[in-house]
Design a protein around this ligand. Structure first.
Ligand code: ARG
Length: 246
């Protein structure tokens, strides 16, 4: 109890020195992927991934700075050390695990086919002989390339998923295959495009992870610690609800 404390133990007059400033980690993200990572009217990078990583960093005891990084160069930027980590709706795959390490999964996703409302396409297999738009080097690209064949000129690759979807709207491709969240967001915000979406059991479940340079166990531990903390205390649910609704 307080009465037992010796007088000499009274706090010193001066405040303890402030903790050293936290290292700011540079985060690469391809900010053309609403509602996960995108630029607002002011050009700031915002979205679910940004809110999530900020919350993770607050619990994990580190700071982050987001840098827009085109998808096509994003993994190289990590490998070369230009980015400390990546959060970009990146699906954890065995192939990618060869060259980078992933945090615990933070989001479940799957592929979705977008077509015009008037289209007769009903399932993934129907795309075999058609022109299909994908974002280069994504899991959507992988599944479509597998279906249409490695040398098929009908796989139309785009720098970003919105560009592929705009080409569908313009009639340049018959379908787009991309992550469900980004497709649903586009369809919802562009009713004039008159798209419908199709799922198919051929598509395997996917999970997003934060990527770090292979062997960066220290960074990974901080991220996983922060992730576990925000899942446990309800912050994750709040961040999720802000973008996707409760
Ligand atoms: N989840 C897909 C993949 O990992 C697509 C991610 C694309 N992300 C982005 N910000 N463009 O291949």
């Amino acid at each position: 109890g307080k009465k037992d404390e010796p007088v000499a133990a009274a706090p010193a007059a001066s405040a303890p020195p402030p903790p050293p400033p936290a290292k700011v980690y540079v985060v690469g993200t391809d900010a053309a992927y609403a509602p996960f990572e995108f630029q607002n009217e002011k050009g700031e990078i915002v979205g679910f991934s940004v809110d999530l990583l900020n919350a993770v960093a607050a619990k994990g005891g580190f700071e982050v700075k987001f840098v827009n990084t085109p998808w096509e160069g994003i993994f190289n930027a990590l490998g070369q050390g230009d980015r400390d980590l990546l959060i970009s709706s990146i699906t954890i795959t065995d192939e990618r695990k060869q060259t980078m390490d992933f945090s615990d999964p933070y989001f479940d996703a799957y592929q979705l086919i977008a077509v015009k409302e008037s289209s007769k396409i009903a399932k993934f297999d129907d795309l075999k002989k058609l022109k299909v738009g994908v974002q280069t080097g994504t899991t959507g690209d992988e599944v479509v390339t597998k279906l249409l064949g490695k040398n098929s000129t009908n796989v139309k690759r785009f720098e970003s998923t919105p560009l592929a979807l705009k080409e569908l709207e313009a009639g340049g491709v018959d379908a787009v295959v991309a992550d469900n969240g980004v497709v649903v967001n586009f369809v919802t915000n562009n009713p004039g495009a008159k798209f419908k979406t199709i799922t198919d059991k051929a598509f395997l479940p996917e999970q997003y992870g934060v990527a770090v340079k292979k062997g960066n166990a220290e960074m990974l531990a901080k991220i996983n610690k922060g992730l576990a903390a925000i899942k446990a205390d309800g912050t994750y649910d709040k961040v999720f609800a802000k973008t996707f609704g409760a």
